[in-house]
Each structure stands twice: as structure tokens, then as C-alpha cells.
Design a protein around this ligand. Structure first.
Ligand code: NAD
Length: 297
């Protein structure tokens, strides 16, 4: 069993940390929010006083933080884990961040003899709780092989996708497909509703055909039921598409649809919907048409 550090005990980090303990690993945890550390310590983890203090006593250190700036702060900043990490330690960053930031942090780790993997996840809180996340990993094969059994305590699918940064490129590809799929679904259901059709009948008619998808099955019932409770928040998806556009720019890969949906997400944040589920992308199209997608009265 491994001696694991865990930094970032939010919606995703808490259940992931619990699953590592359930699998028999020893955990030392840290979060800037003390109440979150208290909660996971009460479930059996050791308390770390800082990221560097966690790294000083562990061999594998998982980070699960909001975005690149927080990962840079926790790994490279003052009191960050590189100040305490032992030579040969492995940092596994499971946050969804820009692949360029993954590569920058990995290079700084390498200078200190510390290995780095980027390993973002898909599946959201329910799959974090069940330990059935899809985990997309970037890094060296031999480092991946060492960490794979640990990742399997948190996910049912663990895939090495390439060198450092590849995990986050894969995650961004995932987020592009999900966002554009929801936006297309929104236009389709608004059109059908404006034409006087029952959107539920339309959904049931198309879901078995080529337009059917996991996104459609998960999100159309939410929209028709007017339930926009997250799920996955608009503001986190906006952050992911911003990171996709930054990656696209550095690779000279134009992403016109991503760009449009990212702007729609930003407008929805300005409209006070940043904490709504990303299915609320549909609200933007509804406002343009002056109609709500719901069953006829
Ligand atoms: P969250 O905001 O709930 O949790 C982040 C945690 O990091 C918080 O507890 C915060 O206090 C802590 N933190 C921030 N800066 C820190 C620092 N410098 N040092 C220590 N702790 C710090 O976010 P979340 O929903 O758990 O998401 C985490 C990551 O996983 C994000 O990148 C997100 O995009 C990704 N993700 C989320 C979901 C989801 O459904 N929530 C699904 C897949 C991927």
C-alpha cells in the first residue's frame, strides 16, 4: 500500500481521497480550507499543515485543484509541494488545467528529481463517489505503471494517452464535444418547441438514431424538467473551453465552435448562471427565441 498525499479537498477531492483510504492507502491531506481538512481527517487521514509538509512525508502526491494558477501555487509557490518533496516522489495532478501549465509544472518538478503526471478525470461527483471516474493520463510509461494501481482506486477506466500534457489535451477534447453537443441540443429543442412540438416527444423520437448520445440522454430530461442544479457548473466549463482556446492558439488549431460556446458560457455567467448546470447553455438560445423548452401546458 502506498503513502499518499492529497491536496485539494473540494467536491471531487473529498470522495477521491475517501476511496484511496478505502483501498488501504495511508493518506496525508491539505486544503486551504481548514474545515475540509477536518472532515477528511475525521475519516482517517493524517493532517498536513501545508502542501510542502504533505510532500515531505509522502511518495505520491495527488492534487485536485480548480485551475492552473492554483496548481502552480500549490506545487511551485512558497510552501508549495516542491519545497518538501523527496527525490523520486511522483506528483499526480488530477485537476483539469491547460496542458501548457502541466508541461511547465512537470519541467520544474524534473529539476528537483520529482516525477509528474497529468491525470484529469471525467464523470463528475457521482463517479468520484463510486470510484468509477474515467482518468486520462499524460506522462512517462514507467511512472504511469507505478501509479496505475493507485488511480484504479478512483477510476474504472485509466488510460495513458501520451507524454505530459496529453491527459489534459484529451480532457479538453472531451469538454469541447460535451459543450458543443449541449449547445446543438439547445438549438434543436428550441426549434421544435417553437414549432409547437412537445420536446419530450422529439427527444424520444431521436435518441435511438444518429443524434442520440450520452449527453442528450443526461441533459435533455434536465432541460425539459427545468432542472439546472449542477452537476457540472457553467463557470467550470467556461474555464475548460478557455483552456482549450489557449491550447488551440498555441498549436495554431482554430476552434470556431468552441470559441462561440465559450462566449455563450461567459454571457450566462454575466447573467448570474455561473453556478447552474452546463445544461443551462440552452437558456441562451431560449432567450433569443423568447421561448422555454418544456412540455406544452
Ligand atoms: P472545488 O472548487 O470544489 O475544489 C477545489 C479545492 O481546492 C477547494 O477545496 C479549494 O479550497 C482547494 N484549493 C484551492 N487552491 C488551493 C491551494 N493553493 N492549495 C490547497 N488547496 C487549494 O472543485 P472541484 O469541483 O473539486 O474540481 C476540481 C477539478 O476537477 C477542477 O479542475 C474541475 O474542472 C475538475 N472536474 C470537476 C468535475 C465536477 O463535476 N465537479 C468533474 C470533472 C473534473
Amino acid at each position: 500500500m502506498a503513502n499518499i498525499g492529497f491536496i485539494g479537498l473540494g467536491i471531487m477531492g473529498k470522495p477521491m481521497a475517501r476511496n484511496l483510504m478505502k483501498a488501504g492507502h495511508t493518506l496525508t491531506v491539505y486544503d486551504v480550507v481548514t474545515a475540509s481538512v477536518d472532515e477528511v481527517a475525521a475519516a482517517g487521514a493524517n493532517r498536513g499543515e501545508s502542501s510542502s509538509a504533505v510532500a515531505a512525508v509522502t511518495d505520491i502526491i495527488v492534487t485536485m485543484l480548480p485551475d492552473g494558477p492554483q496548481v502552480e501555487e500549490a506545487v511551485l509557490g512558497p510552501g508549495g509541494l516542491l519545497e518538501g518533496a523527496r527525490k523520486g516522489a511522483i506528483v499526480v495532478d488530477m485537476s483539469s488545467i491547460s496542458p501548457m501549465v502541466s508541461q511547465k509544472v512537470a519541467a520544474a518538478c524534473a529539476e528537483k528529481g520529482v516525477e509528474f503526471l497529468d491525470a484529469p478525470v471525467s464523470g463528475g461527483e457521482p463517479k468520484a463517489v463510486d470510484g468509477t471516474l474515467a482518468i486520462m493520463v499524460g506522462g512517462k510509461k514507467e511512472v504511469f505503471d507505478t501509479v496505475e494501481p493507485v488511480l484504479k482506486a478512483m477510476g474504472s477506466s485509466v488510460t495513458l494517452t501520451g507524454a505530459v500534457g496529453a491527459g489534459n489535451v484529451t480532457k479538453l477534447a472531451n469538454q469541447i464535444m460535451v459543450a458543443c453537443n449541449i449547445a446543438a441540443m439547445g438549438e434543436a429543442l428550441v426549434l421544435a418547441t417553437k414549432a409547437g412540438l412537445d420536446p419530450e416527444v422529439v427527444f424520444n423520437a431521436v435518441k435511438g438514431g444518429l443524434a442520440g448520445s450520452t449527453v442528450l440522454n443526461a441533459k435533455a430530461p434536465m432541460v425539459i424538467g427545468r432542472n439546472f442544479k449542477p452537476g457540472f457548473r457553467i463557470k467550470l466549463h467556461q474555464k475548460d473551453l478557455r483552456n482549450a482556446l489557449l491550447a488551440g492558439e498555441s498549436l495554431k488549431a482554430p476552434l470556431p465552435l468552441t470559441s462561440l460556446v465559450q462566449q455563450i458560457l461567459m454571457a450566462l455567467m454575466n447573467d448570474g448562471k455561473g453556478d447552474c448546470d452546463h445544461s443551462a447553455i440552452v437558456n441562451f438560445v431560449e432567450d433569443l427565441a423568447g421561448i422555454e423548452v418544456k412540455k406544452p401546458a
